[in-house]
Ligand binder design. Structure first.
Ligand code: AMP
Length: 314
């Protein structure tokens, strides 16, 4: 099944306690597409870059089977650049610089034959642009998934809420969920987001996992415990890509399958953070993904027995 991905394609300069990377491949659409490609095969990216965008970025996305017919290259333009520095605990980060460049005039044009995707991933961009993409759909996709960031909650909360009302799944992190709703409790915050319109809400909690809320299920997935966390950039987008890629591959939107999709998204995100940028995704194999999915299941599975049974065995 096809997935249309719209979002940023960027060059990131990153500083972590472990080192620095300059002009590394980044952007929401990049991470979403690359992650989705581990499960789904028909992925179409719409975004914009400048003439300075490196060929190895194009080569990487093509090597993952991502169709780049919707990636506009602006002649003489400069690619969107974002720069961030992570705190010592790797949880917090500060944005040091954002240069919109060609992204400032981004006006997503979905190619005519891409307007009926099965799945639509609205990566983090201005909510007005996300709505513009929705307006270009010839028919409603089976599932529309939206991601956002604190910037839009601060600057355009009403536009963002109006956009959320038009999608099926909203993915936010814990801070964003609280900021958007004014609810400090995450269960209440998720309820408040669902009341805006999306039937499914996922709240990511970084190293503490993710919560899934559907009309009929509540699921809490742990995060895969990692000893070496190198660069968290793109973990959220990678989660989204793994989630939507798994759903597109299986075509099943039942609660049980949504839970599996959350786990597959979490597993891909756990690989993403092991190296700078998309480096770990370059070497990742399907076998490594399945192995970690199994390890993930074992992480919180336990055999249930009654107190009497336990006493009998003692
Ligand atoms: P994440 O770590 O999942 O929040 O995503 C990080 C990615 O978001 C980086 O690769 C950045 O290039 C991209 N990014 C940062 N700021 C923006 C923005 N204002 N709009 C779109 N993408 C952005």
């Amino acid at each position: 099944m096809s997935i249309l991905v719209v979002g940023s394609v960027a060059l990131d300069t990153l500083e972590t306690p472990f080192g620095r990377a300059d002009d590394a491949l980044g952007g929401s659409a990049t991470f979403i597409s690359a992650a989705a490609s581990f499960f789904a095969s028909d992925i179409r990216l719409v975004g914009v870059v400048g003439e300075d965008f490196p060929q190895d970025g194009i080569d990487f996305l093509r090597s993952r089977g991502v169709d780049l017919a919707g990636l506009e290259v602006v002649p003489g333009g400069k690619t969107f650049r974002w720069s961030g520095r992570y705190h010592d605990d790797m949880n917090g980060r500060d944005t040091l610089d954002t240069q919109l460049n060609v992204f400032a005039d981004f006006n997503p044009q979905i190619p005519a034959d891409w307007r009926s995707p099965d799945f639509l991933a609205l990566g983090n961009i201005h909510p007005a642009l996300q709505q513009q993409v929705l307006g270009q759909m010839a028919k409603r996709p089976k599932l529309v998934v939206l991601d956002t960031m604190n910037l839009w909650i601060d600057l355009t909360p009403d536009e963002l809420k109006a956009t959320m009302a038009r999608v099926d799944v909203v993915i936010v992190n814990d801070t964003e969920a609280r900021q958007l709703t004014g609810e400090s409790n995450l269960i209440r915050a998720a309820k408040a987001i669902r009341a805006l319109g999306p039937s499914i809400v996922i709240v990511k909690k970084g190293e503490h996992g993710a919560l899934l809320f559907t009309p009929t299920a509540f699921f809490s997935a742990p995060a895969y415990p990692l000893e070496d966390l190198f660069d968290p950039t793109g973990a959220g987008d990678t989660f989204l890509g793994g989630f939507i890629g798994y759903l597109a591959r299986t075509g099943d939107l039942s609660d049980d399958n949504l839970k599996r999709a959350v786990v597959h998204g979490s597993v891909l995100a756990s690989f993403c953070v092991e190296a700078f940028s998309v480096e770990r995704l370059k070497t990742l194999t399907e076998a490594q993904v399945s192995e970690r999915v199994n390890a993930f299941r074992d992480l919180s599975a336990f055999a249930l027995e009654t107190l009497d049974q336990a006493a009998d065995e003692a």
